[in-house]
Design a protein around this ligand. Structure first.
Ligand code: SAH
Length: 259
């Protein structure tokens, strides 16, 4: 079968004649936390995950990722992946058979999540749970989403990045992988930085300051330059509580209830 360039907007995508050869059957690093990503846009990865701390951790083998290009499992000469919604209406739906074949090519040992605005909202607690496991498979939707039968058949959990609609699951997948990977041992320089930050203890983080000591006439709160560690800790706790109560009354109520 010849490689047929297919046009998507301004970009041109070349389909592959031997799709399965593109997929590594096992992750490149056996013991590293692994993200498998089923996507129409494999070139979107690692994206920002290749930068800074997550990028260094990727390079150092603390985690790894593998893309499963949905197009490779498409139907026919044009490797079609989508079709019009049953019952009519706008947009296109990712076909059950195509998505099913991609899922079958993924490692079954990892839990599978469909990125979806309908899903359970993603939280720090979820990132912690995922970080404590071997990895995760993320199914990125496009267009109007995926055929419901795939989600039902594989009993796929739906997770949302928030109450808004993106054009695809890739940005949501990157956000969730980022939040998870930074919790893996060795990824952040200072292990304490995850214990103290927003959402790890049910509170938002206190304000942070650094040099210069005076900027545009504004000074750093005196307590932070006092050298009194007990006072600094107490000030930070108070600020954390004050900010949470003001900005996120929902989190504050939960915090008080759990205390
Ligand atoms: N018709 C769907 C939206 C489709 S948006 C609906 O109304 O529910 C296209 C794709 O983008 C989805 O399949 C999903 O994978 C992704 N997506 C959109 N918003 C998202 C969000 N808030 N969180 C996670 N993924 C999202």
């Amino acid at each position: 079968m010849p490689d047929t360039p297919k046009s998507y907007g301004l970009k041109s995508i070349t389909t592959s004649a031997q799709p399965r050869e593109l997929i590594t059957p096992t992750p490149r690093l056996k013991n590293a936390w692994t993200a498998q990503i089923i996507t129409l846009f494999p070139e979107a990865f690692p994206g920002t995950l290749g930068e800074s701390l997550t990028g260094k951790a990727l390079h150092d083998g603390l985690w790894t990722y593998e893309t499963i290009p949905l197009r490779d499992f498409g139907d026919g000469r044009h490797r079609n992946v989508d079709d019009t919604p049953a019952g009519g209406g706008a947009g296109m739906v990712l076909r059950a058979d195509v998505v099913g074949r991609a899922i079958e090519a993924a490692q079954t040992s990892l839990p599978i999540i469909y990125l979806s605005p309908r899903g359970t909202p993603f939280t720090q607690a979820m990132a912690q749970t995922w970080a404590s496991g071997p990895g995760i498979t993320l199914l990125c939707g496009r267009f109007e989403g995926v055929d419901q039968r795939v989600l039902d058949h594989y009993d796929i959990q739906e997770v949302s990045l928030g109450d808004f609609v993106l054009t695809g699951g890739e940005i949501a997948a990157q956000a969730m992988i980022d939040a998870t990977v930074r919790l893996l041992p060795g990824v952040l320089g200072n292990a304490e930085s995850t214990a103290e930050e927003s959402h790890s203890n049910g509170l938002l983080e206190h304000p942070q300051y650094t040099r210069p000591a005076k900027w545009m006439g504004h000074e750093i709160p005196e307590v932070l330059t006092s050298g009194n560690h007990a006072k600094v800790t107490e000030w930070r706790r108070q600020m954390s509580e004050k900010l949470t109560a003001k900005i996120r009354p929902d989190l504050w109520a939960k915090y008080l209830k759990n205390k």
